[in-house]
Design a protein around this ligand. Structure first.
Ligand code: ZN
Ligand code: ZN
Length: 226
C-alpha cells in the first residue's frame, strides 16, 4: 500500500488542552506513524500512512478536538513518506516567535471533582487536583511552549503514580503538565505572621471556617522547598 506523509501545523489555543495526547491517540487508532510536538507557535505533527487514513485524520482532527482547544488555523501538506516506524510525542521545539495562544486557568472538571470527594482516591480533598481538561495554565506558565519545565511546577518531582499517569496515553493525565497529588505536589499552609499554625487539609479547613465566620483571610502563594 502506498504510504504518504502529512505535515500539519495547528495554531490557536492548542497547548495545555491535551492536544498532543489527542493527536497521539487519534494517530494510534488510525495506525499512523510519525510524531507530534509543541512549538512556540502551535502544535506541529507529521503522520505517515495510506492516503485514506491521512484524510480521516484531517477530518477527525477538527471534529474531535479536545473540548478546550480552539483551532485558529490548520495548515497541511502532503510529502513523500520517510518511513517512521512508530508514533511519538517529541520534545518541544523552542525556536522561533512565541505566538501560541495561552489559556487561562480552567475550573476543576467533573472527573477531578469526583476524585477530590472520593475518600478512597489518593487525591481525596487535595486542592491542587487537575488533569488535561482543567487546572492552572496561565498562572503557572513562565514561558512557551507549555511544558512542565516552563511552569512553576517544574520543581515538584512527580511521584511514581503521577509519573505513570503522565506517560499513559489512555490516562486523562497523559502529558497534563501540572499533574500532582498529595504525595508529590504543592500543599497549603496556614499561619500567622510569625508561625505556621496548620498545614495541608487542616490549613484548608481552618481557612474555610474563618471565612464562614466572617473573618478576612489573606491568600499567598509561595513555594518552599526543604
Ligand atoms: Zn480535571
Ligand atoms: Zn504524585
Amino acid at each position: 500500500m502506498n504510504r504518504e506523509r502529512l505535515k500539519v501545523i495547528v495554531r490557536g489555543a492548542v497547548q495545555g488542552v491535551g492536544f498532543r495526547p489527542f493527536v497521539y491517540r487519534l494517530a494510534s487508532e488510525l495506525k499512523l506513524t510519525g510524531w507530534v510536538s509543541n512549538s512556540s507557535q502551535g502544535v506541529f505533527a507529521e503522520l505517515e500512512g495510506p492516503r485514506t487514513a491521512l484524510d480521516a485524520f484531517s477530518i477527525r482532527l477538527r471534529k474531535e478536538k479536545p473540548p478546550r482547544a480552539i483551532i485558529q488555523s490548520l495548515e497541511s501538506s502532503f510529502l513523500d513518506a520517510i518511513g517512521y516506524s512508530g508514533f511519538e510525542i517529541r520534545e518541544s521545539e523552542t525556536a522561533g516567535d512565541k505566538s501560541a495562544l495561552i489559556l487561562p486557568d480552567i475550573a476543576t472538571c467533573v472527573d477531578c471533582l469526583r476524585e477530590v470527594f472520593d475518600s478512597t482516591n489518593r487525591r481525596f480533598r487535595y486542592p491542587f487536583t487537575n488533569c488535561t481538561n482543567c487546572g492552572p495554565r496561565f498562572s503557572i506558565m513562565e514561558t512557551l511552549p507549555y511544558d512542565r519545565a516552563n511552569t512553576s511546577m517544574k520543581k515538584f518531582l512527580m511521584c511514581p503514580d503521577c509519573e505513570r499517569e503522565y506517560h499513559d496515553p489512555l490516562d486523562r493525565r497523559f502529558h497534563a503538565q501540572p499533574n500532582a497529588c498529595p504525595r508529590c505536589g504543592p500543599h497549603c499552609n496556614c499561619g500567622t505572621k510569625t508561625a505556621n499554625v496548620s498545614e495541608k487539609d487542616n490549613a484548608l479547613r481552618r481557612a474555610a471556617d474563618a471565612i464562614r465566620s466572617g473573618k478576612l483571610w489573606r491568600l499567598k502563594a509561595s513555594v518552599v522547598f526543604n
